[in-house]
Design a protein around this ligand. Structure first.
Ligand code: SAH
Length: 462
């Protein structure tokens, strides 16, 4: 299956910078169901074309039982059009091969990201549901594309068999490359009735993220949303409600967004500090206890030092979110070997927690009732007993610095307690002594002379 994107922008070779893929190199990325190859059939100042060739391994596809296609007849799983057509796999490949461009990043030439350039996308074979040509036009033309279609006969030798559902599609428009990729990412699977993915909550997030700025105003937004989410009614309704709210939300969200960002940077800072500490331990295996939606896990995966990474959380919903954010289904097999997730509770002894060199507990202890901390202590420090434990928790003294917080309140409704530096240090020191660990403390975030930093860290070593 082949997708090509060409430009006559001057100089056309800018395409290579934007895609973060060198025109002289043949590159490949691993997908869960095969490989995607990226190369440039032409690259000159007047015109450049990049090709994304999807090389689906039909056996992998059956083994992983990822495809929902062909379940209608016995050999359907083996004999189907998947390897040859632009299907939902194409979106996976686009997201993986061109992630930098999709995210609107271009370190070498940042100004290029917002440049609208003449682009032509050619999808070699696109399967369509009933509605064929009309449907393709309805989806692409409102976005400004000039659409050229060539329908293929079922068999050139037997014209009496009639037309097939397959089209070669050429789309032309002057727009940013990021916008083109987002349109293809959403609309190709919307046209595919045999999607390989299992639609879950995470699919709504992907749809809204990639549809941002155009889907909410698309005349066919309902049909696109419904098709993208494989007609799962409840999800479609939720997605549409969120789409419709987009405009009103912007106004209401303006102020909280700032606060959110501040919080975000603090959390990012905290995770970066935890990562630094974990790197210093030289541990090869690490378990993130109370991993939530897996932010730290994603950072750990980027570091080769960590060969075995595990996320554990009591909340199934958080684990699903973590899976989606890790793009679990699309993860290359080598990466997947390094990571695992499981559900568990920190207050019950669990053999699955044993055998790690390091453990992280980032903003977790305050979510447990104080009376359960003793159980956590035994589970982590007596039984699992990793050589290093990095733990963070809010510093309650700092709360006076949050203007929007009422006195005596906590930062999060699920926090059962928030400790001062002295309270945390006393608890942690006694715990370390009881279990023969050493502990040191570090502030997390910008430090205030009176009340300290927003968060605090305990570093335990055996
Ligand atoms: N460490 C993550 C999430 C912090 S929020 C981060 O820094 O982003 C706290 C997390 O602890 C939540 O995901 C919650 O589900 C989890 N949690 C709360 N009590 C738990 C318990 N008893 N066992 C395991 N996880 C727990």
């Amino acid at each position: 299956m082949l997708l090509t994107i060409s430009t006559t922008h001057s100089p056309a070779t800018d395409l290579g910078y934007l895609l973060h893929k060198h025109p002289d190199k043949f590159q490949s990325v691993d997908l869960s169901i095969g490989k995607a190859h990226i190369f440039y059939p032409e690259s000159a100042p007047e015109k450049a074309t990049v090709a994304l060739l999807l090389d689906i391994d039909p056996i992998d596809m059956v083994r992983g039982s990822r495809n929902m296609v062909g379940k209608g007849f016995a050999l359907g799983q083996y004999v189907n059009d998947r390897p040859y057509v632009a299907s939902s796999f194409m979106s996976v490949a686009i997201a993986k091969a061109f992630s930098t461009a999709m995210n609107g990043k271009c370190n070498a030439r940042p100004e290029l990201v917002s440049v609208k350039m003449p682009l032509e996308a050619k999808i070699a074979v696109l399967p369509t549901p009933s509605g064929g040509e009309t449907l393709i036009r309805k989806l692409f033309e409102p976005l400004g594309y000039e659409v050229k279609l060539q329908r293929h006969a079922l068999d050139d030798q037997f014209t009496e068999w009639g037309e097939s559902k397959y089209y070669t599609v050429v789309l032309r428009h002057t727009l940013t490359l990021q916008a083109l990729l987002a349109h293809l990412y959403v609309l190709i699977p919307a046209l595919d009735n045999d999607k390989h993915y299992f639609v879950s909550q995470g699919e709504i997030d992907k749809l809204l993220e990639k549809g941002k700025g155009w889907l909410e105003n698309h005349p066919e937004k309902e049909q696109i949303t419904r098709r993208y989410l494989i007609n799962v009614g409840a999800l479609t309704q939720e997605a549409l409600a969120r789409l419709n709210e987009l405009n009103t939300e912007k106004v209401v969200e303006e102020v909280p967004e700032e606060i959110k960002q501040k919080k975000q940077t603090l959390h990012q800072q905290r995770l970066t500090q935890v990562l630094e500490q974990l790197k210093e331990t030289k541990a090869k295996s690490v378990i993130d206890l109370g991993c939530g939606e897996g932010k730290l896990l994603r950072m750990l995966l980027k570091e080769k030092q960590f060969e075995k990474i595990t996320g554990m959380d009591v909340s199934f919903g958080e684990l699903i979110r973590a899976k989606n954010k890790l793009y679990w289904d699309e993860m290359a097999p080598k990466q997947k070997e390094r990571i695992q997730l499981f559900q568990g509770a920190l207050t019950y002894r669990d053999q699955r927690l044993e055998g790690y060199e390091a453990a992280a507990l980032v903003e977790v202890i305050e979510h447990l009732d104080e009376s359960r901390l003793q159980a956590l202590e035994r589970v982590v420090f007596e039984f699992a007993r990793p050589k290093n434990v990095i733990m963070t928790t809010p510093n309650a003294e700092y709360n006076v610095k949050y203007e929007t917080m009422e006195a005596g309140h906590m930062r999060h409704t699920d926090h059962r307690f928030e400790w001062t530096r002295e309270e945390f240090e006393t608890w942690a020191t006694e715990l370390a002594e009881r279990n023969h660990y050493k502990v040191t403390f570090l502030p997390v975030g910008p430090e205030d002379a009176d009340v300290g930093a927003p968060s605090q860290m305990g570093i335990f070593t055996l």
